[in-house]
Design a protein. Structure first.
Lengths: 214, 81
């Protein structure tokens, strides 16, 4: 399970910690943000697609968060609030990078249509998690996600990589729960289509005369 | 109600997330029992989802956490209490 899920604070705990920070225990800010530091980096990396830029932006984001702690009202999870700020920070940097961004985030509405047909195949041998020891496989997976159109990439990041729930994802992205589900479905289909031919070579080979799977 | 392959594909993601009602789930399960293609589409999509959730896929740069907290320490020290 990801750190953000196992360690994140409920709104009340976060409010209590923030009150102590504001009363002078500044060093508690470190433990407040530790559970979300990975997700903040990923959010910025997915937007900026550059590790150094994402790390610099993450540091600035956390400083901004400290300065705005008074604005956290506890009506959402602390992680939701933090990731919304990180996303705005990343989008602002993208806008600064170019007055005519190559990939505006909200160009296409979630219209019906488009080809979201999966790759068709007649059997699938599971690629086990151990196969991730191979750097080449990790690279294929991360590249496939990074190559998704931005609005699909961010849904995959929040739902399938950070493992946030639909509601939290919807709040962070400012869209409906229904739109999250539609985008996630399309994104997963695109990833399946792209990755199936590659992943097949990482599945354990059939062994033995009877085609026993190993 | 009998559903076809295209119909099943529309619900693959919701099915993986356990977000289909019991009637539809039963219908999809019945379809999967005899449809090799839809079974393989479901298994491969689920496989992609499981692999992506592994933290090894997107690695955080080495030292990211240390550098972040170092920067925060410097920042907090300079902030008035």
């Amino acid at each position: 399970m990801n750190q953000i899920n196992s360690e994140r604070l409920g709104p009340n705990e976060a409010m209590a910690t923030i009150a102590r920070i504001q009363a002078g225990e500044k060093e508690l800010f470190h433990s407040l943000v530790r559970p979300v530091e990975r997700a903040v980096f990923l959010m910025l990396f997915m937007l900026l697609r550059n590790e150094t830029d994402a790390e610099d932006a993450a540091q600035e984001t956390f400083i901004k968060i400290y300065r705005n702690l008074h604005a956290f009202r506890g009506d959402a999870k602390f992680s939701t609030w933090v990731l919304s700020i990180a996303r705005n920070e990343g989008l602002a940097l993208l806008r600064k990078r170019s007055r005519h961004p190559e990939e505006p985030l909200e160009v296409q509405p979630d219209e019906k249509g488009g080809d979201y047909t999966p790759a068709l195949l007649t059997d699938w041998r599971e690629v086990p998690l151990e196969a991730l020891e191979r750097g080449q496989l990790r690279e294929c997976l991360s590249r496939a996600v990074l190559n998704l159109p931005p609005k699909y990439r961010e849904v995959v990041q929040l739902r399938d990589i950070d493992e946030l729930d639909v509601q939290e994802t919807a709040v962070i992205l400012g869209i409906t729960a229904g739109a999250v589900k539609v985008r996630l479905h399309r994104a997963r289909t695109m990833l399946q289509k792209e990755l199936v031919p590659v992943l097949r070579s990482y599945a354990p080979q059939r062994r033995g005369f009877w085609g026993r799977r190993v | 109600m009998k559903i076809d392959c295209k119909h099943v594909w529309e619900y693959i993601s919701a099915y993986i997330d356990g977000d289909v009602d019991s009637l539809l789930r039963a219908e999809i399960d019945r379809h999967l029992e005899h449809c090799e293609i839809c079974s393989a589409v479901l298994d491969s999509t689920r496989n992609v989802v499981v692999l992506l959730a592994d933290q090894r896929v997107f690695e955080i740069p080495a030292g990211y956490g240390e550098r972040l907290h170092q920067r925060l320490t410097e920042f907090l020290d300079a902030e008035p209490t």
